[in-house]
Design a protein around this ligand. Structure first.
Ligand code: SF4
Length: 605
């Protein structure tokens, strides 16, 4: 147990988590898995007593409020096949470029064809890896991962890549996304005697592959696709093959790149990870594609089966365009920054207002603010400055710092704001708590009017596909009109971009996207138990030890029982309940309230 008063940073010893697994082709990999499990069970990183953590978390919550009042991406994945190249180093820079997709833990696995090595730990990529560790990870193929998790669920056993068994021996598996039927598949496997050692849905994928290890790997992966449902962009590795696999709806992004000197191939969650490893964009991994990369070249197979529990269409998460993806990434042939800029321009045409200055909420609100300024002719200025280095501190705050709260993170530029009518552009409002504080902060800096413009539609529905959001009851747009939200935030006016204008800005057909958090049309069926865990129990968001399937794909020991209880308790609500698959918005909220404002979509007091 570590004494928090020592104020040492909580970074686990690196040496404890390096694992070597020999991979003779005909060996029994189970023993190797057992060896790895031993290593995974080695002494955990220092744990701060819960009593001490409470004060720290309270302060962190305040500092991180801005991020936590937004949907949070779950993970970034990266893989490289390049014999003769320092693949561990390239993988390091790959997940470094994807750090925005996950900040809690990271890992790199490498294979030299005989031996597989794995290093995972808690923390940022730069905290986990150093020269010594990277130099020890020698091989021709690497798979890497970084993971997001909410405060309090810092568990090394949930770090990825994970290991599983297959007909090709041990495999490393890295996952971005969230299965919607993980609890069901896991329960069935546990009833059949399977033992799970983590609380991740990724282990459900791994165990499913392992259960099929009497079949050729290609066949096993196609069958795995049939059994698991939800969002998954997977990067995997056998001793000699890199594998990229994307769910049939393609909810989370995944792309293929080629090293510029033709020495190998790369797969990554986003194209922003290609440049830094000297690779060029080749193409996106298609929904339902399994791509095998090895010494014989690249070969793909495609999942083909009539959709039973999902819409048979691509459904990339539209929130990748709005907030999640890095602005320098390309998605579906469009640059993310430019798409956000167009959202702002469109919003300016849709919901104009008289003002002297346009500012954005850093960082993801800035491109749309620049676009709003261009579309409206109102000058753009930086009005809020973000301290980029204040997040995840474990230093005890004093009373003065507690009182400063979000001002520790964002500082208003009084010279820009004083005496001005200000348009503030933000990418989304989830709970609304941060937006309210930002509006007040701008007023305190001397603004005479504050007009909020949001570059996404009202966020009304929880995500089940790998984005950590609040329970529905905590979403401010659930059961509230735009006018009520404006009053809560204290802005002089509030306008959200319409779905049609958002789609126009992104530049693709509406039916290419998952838009469920805005319109409730879930492209992949959400099993009742999981749906109600999120909608009714409402305490799932956060600690993976709280006994709920928590939207991160985590399932604790209690979750099955609680899910069953929840199902029983809410069966009556099912008829006419709030979240019918594909049923639009039949819930109890005052549907259409924000639409009834018409083209204006602006509420003023
Ligand atoms: S529900 Fe929203 S956040 Fe989740 S995948 Fe769909 S669009 Fe993205």
């Amino acid at each position: 147990m570590r004494d928090f008063s020592s104020a040492e940073p909580v970074v686990a010893s690196h040496d404890a988590h390096v694992s070597d697994v020999s991979l003779p082709v005909n060996s029994t990999p189970n023993s190797a898995i057992a060896a790895m499990a031993l290593n995974f069970n080695s002494p955990s990183p220092p744990v701060i007593p819960i009593s001490d953590l409470a004060a720290v978390h309270e302060f962190q919550d305040e500092l991180l409020l801005h991020e936590e009042d937004r949907p949070q991406e779950e993970c970034g994945v990266f893989g490289i096949w390049a014999p003769g190249v320092d693949v561990a180093r390239r993988a390091f820079f790959g997940i470094f470029a994807l750090q925005h997709r996950g900040q809690e833990s990271a890992g790199i696995a490498v294979s030299d064809g005989q031996k597989l090595q794995l290093h995972t730990d808690m923390g940022l990529v730069t905290q986990i890896f150093n020269e010594e560790i990277l130099s020890s990870l020698q091989g021709d193929i690497a798979v890497a991962h970084n993971r997001y998790s909410t405060t309090g669920s810092s568990e090394l056993c949930n770090a990825q890549p994970i290991m599983t068994n297959s007909s090709e021996g041990i495999m490393a598996v890295a996952h971005n996304g969230n299965l919607v039927n993980a609890a069901i598949v896991r329960r069935e496997m546990e009833e059949a005697g399977e033992v799970f050692t983590t609380s991740m849905d990724t282990e459900v994928i791994g165990k499913t592959i392992e259960a099929l290890n009497d079949r050729p790997l290609e066949e096993a992966l196609l069958e795995t696709m049939r059994r698991v449902q939800g969002a998954y962009s997977l990067v995997m590795m056998t001793r000699d093959t890199l594998i990229a696999m994307r769910d049939p709806n393609g909810v989370r992004p995944l792309c293929l790149g080629r090293l510029k000197d033709n020495s190998g191939w790369v797969v990554a969650s986003e194209t922003c990870a290609l440049n830094v490893v000297n690779a060029t964009f080749e193409r996106e991994i298609a929904p339902g594609e399994i791509c095998f990369i090895n010494g014989e070249g690249i070969e793909s197979v495609f999942y083909k089966e009539e959709a039973k529990d999902r819409e048979d269409r691509p459904a990339l998460c539209i929130f990748e365009f709005i907030y999640l993806a890095r602005p320098d990434s390309q998605l579906m042939g469009r640059n993310v920054h430019q798409a956000r800029r167009r959202m702002g321009e469109t919003l300016a045409r849709q919901s104009p207002v008289e003002a002297e200055v346009v500012i954005g909420v850093p960082d993801s609100g800035l491109p749309a603010a620049i676009g709003y300024a261009a579309g409206s002719g109102i000058p753009y200025q930086e009005g809020l400055i973000k301290n980029r280095y204040i997040a995840r501190t474990f230093i005890q705050p004093d009373q003065m710092q507690r009182e400063l709260g979000v001002r520790m993170k964002l500082t208003p530029l009084e010279d820009v704001l004083r005496g001005q009518r200000v348009v503030v552009v933000e990418d989304s409002i989830v709970r609304g708590t941060t937006t309210k504080r930002i509006v007040q902060m701008i007023r305190d800096a001397g603004a005479t009017e504050v007009h909020l413009r949001i570059s996404s539609p009202p966020y009304k529905w929880p995500c089940f596909y790998g984005i950590d959001t609040a329970a529905r009851k905590d979403l401010i747009a659930y059961q509230r009109s735009v006018e009520e939200i404006r009053q809560y935030n204290g802005a002089d006016s509030l306008a959200y971009i319409t779905m049609d204008n958002l789609i126009e800005a992104v530049g693709h057909d509406k039916n290419q996207f998952c838009r469920a958090c805005f319109d409730g049309e879930y492209p992949i069926h959400i099993p009742t138990d999981i749906r109600y865990t999120k909608l009714v129990l409402g305490e799932e968001n956060g600690d993976s030890t709280n006994g709920h399937a928590n939207g991160n794909g985590h399932y604790s020991e209690q979750s099955t029982l609680e899910v069953v209880q929840a199902m029983e308790a809410v069966q009556a609500l099912e008829e006419g309940g709030p979240a019918n698959h594909g049923g639009g918005d039949p819930g109890p909220e005052s549907a259409g309230e924000w639409e009834t404002v018409g083209d204006e979509l602006v509420s003023t007091s």
